[in-house]
Ligand binder design. Structure first.
Ligand code: C2O
Ligand code: CU
Ligand code: CU
Length: 490
């Protein structure tokens, strides 16, 4: 457990090395990027020290529809402030969907309509975006299409797509990054017959886990500054700092999502033992992939199966993060601890074939996207796509309905990582730096990591809805700085 002193020392070391080495995953590299953070506030921000593995990891509740009549599942949610016990014994003010930090789980069915009436009881406009979903433009929660404080609106989701582990979050222009940071994020799982036919772990053995970083002040309150990567050094799993999670000695399906604003994570079990990745952003992979680690940049999901039957009851195994990038290892190196506390029957299996993806159509167009940002820093730093800052009145790309396009996405920065997220579509990754992608990127994706200098080629088919949609870097402090653009399908 870190003492206050080790926390402070580690924080200073992190600042030093982050600045000096230009660590690859440090989005902002100069201390001058954080003019508000004097050395005194940096030290204060590291307090109080956190006792790890003291609180259980909450599992967000599955929301119940108020009606299932007429072939539609109808839900209501209220966006409101709440207090959450993120750190042991401390109440932290957060923004929530329905009082839950993170938000609740919505379970949808492919092809079945679902509506959510969202009531905004916050004092800021909000916009609810269902990340990874194919929805008409007016249901997409776009940045300018907001719900005013005190108002409500209904979003309608037709779920015209195959099973997928999606999430929803705020997207109000210039406010999304702070709103998501303070808690406006929840889980949306679509299932279908293909997925249901597989003998994968279900029910209480199918657990969504949202992992993110955060920065706290002396009183345990969330501190938000735009682009403040270096100080967000406390890791949360389902809204708790370093919780334990009691499991049975059997297999679990864990739906991991990285809801950090800026931090990429590489997750592994402390003993290096096997995790089987079965899914990514857009649902199951074609085949399971046995690995010892999964990498998730902000917004990405990984569906993994872990067999805790390999551990005797009484064992604790820590889920580690190995992407420290010069940060304090005692804070950034551990996420949560699985405590194996009982045995349980298990008739689940991971079949060798999980799904069949349709063959890629012959591409009809090509495009390229270059992402860059001002690395000079400061509160007015901007992010660019093809040299331009986001303008809601500008259409950057015109896509013909039915087209299948190859997009070549380049991170034009030397030190800052970005990732690339498209609304409306799930795409396939064709190449990363000229080579075929690894098995973790063999399925449907809506968000992909693009490290400094890297180029990723992807193919997307625009055969569903028409209208204007966003694409952007999902390091959402960067999108808030303008690293967003729009395409129109017509
Ligand atoms: Cu999850 Cu436009 O984003
Ligand atoms: Cu999205
Ligand atoms: Cu970025």
């Amino acid at each position: 457990m870190p003492t206050r002193r080790t926390v402070l020392t580690a924080t200073m070391a992190a600042l030093g090395s982050g600045v000096a080495t230009g660590a690859a995953l440090t989005p902002l590299l100069k201390s001058g990027d954080h003019p508000q953070a004097s050395p005194a506030t940096q030290l204060a921000a590291a307090a109080p020290p956190i006792e790890k593995f003291r609180l259980p990891m909450p599992v967000p509740p599955v929301l119940t529809p108020y009606s299932r009549a007429g072939g539609t599942d109808r839900y209501r949610m209220t966006m409101r402030p709440a207090r959450a016990e993120i750190l042991p014994g401390i109440g932290t003010d957060v923004l929530t969907y329905d009082g839950h930090f993170p938000g609740p789980v919505v379970r949808a069915r492919s092809g079945r309509r679902l509506t959510v009436v969202q009531h905004n009881r916050l004092d800021m406009p909000t916009s609810v975006h269902l990340h990874g979903a194919a929805v008409p433009p007016e249901e997409d929660g776009s940045p300018m299409d907001t719900i005013a404080p005190g108002r409500r609106r209904r979003y309608t989701y037709q779920n015209r797509q195959s099973h997928a582990s999606l999430w929803f979050h705020d997207h109000a222009h210039h406010m999304e990054s702070e709103h998501v940071y303070r808690g406006l994020a929840g889980t949306y799982l679509i299932t279908d017959a293909v997925e249901e036919a597989l003998p994968l772990p279900t029910g209480r053995y199918d657990v969504p886990i949202a992992i993110r970083d955060a920065r706290f002040d002396d009183n345990g309150q969330l501190l938000y500054e735009m682009g403040d990567f270096l100080h967000r050094t406390t890791l949360l799993a389902n809204g708790r700092a370093y919780p334990y999670f009691q499991v049975a000695a059997r297999t679990y399906r864990l739906r991991l999502v990285n809801t950090s604003n800026l931090r990429a994570l590489r997750l592994r079990l402390a003993d290096g033992s096997e995790m089987v990745q079965i899914g990514s952003d857009g649902g199951l992979l074609p085949a399971p992939h046995s690995t010892d680690a999964v990498t998730l940049s902000p917004g990405e999901r990984a569906d993994v199966v872990i067999d805790f039957a390999r551990y005797p009851v009484g064992t604790g195994v820590v889920l580690e993060n190995t992407l420290l990038t010069g940060g304090p290892a005692d804070l950034l190196g551990q996420v949560l601890r699985f405590d194996v506390v009982r045995t349980a029957p298990d008739d689940s299996l991971i079949p060798p074939v999980l799904r069949t993806l349709p063959p890629l159509p012959t591409p009809t167009a090509e495009r390229s996207v270059v992402m860059t940002m001002d690395t000079s820093g400061g509160p007015h730093a901007k992010g660019y796509i093809n040299g331009k800052v986001y303008d809601p009145d500008r259409i950057d790309d015109r896509v013909r309905h039915g087209a299948s396009e190859v997009w070549t996405v380049t991170n034009g920065d030397k030190t800052v990582p970005h990732n690339f997220h498209m609304h409306l579509v799930q795409f396939r990754i064709l190449e990363r730096n000229g080579r075929s992608p690894g098995p973790a990127e063999s399925g449907l994706k809506d968000t992909v990591l693009v490290m400094p200098g890297e180029t990723v080629k992807l193919q997307a088919t625009f055969d569903t809805y028409r209208g204007v949609y966003l694409y952007h870097c999902h390091l959402i402090d960067h999108s808030a700085m303008g690293m967003m653009a729009q395409f129109r399908v017509s």
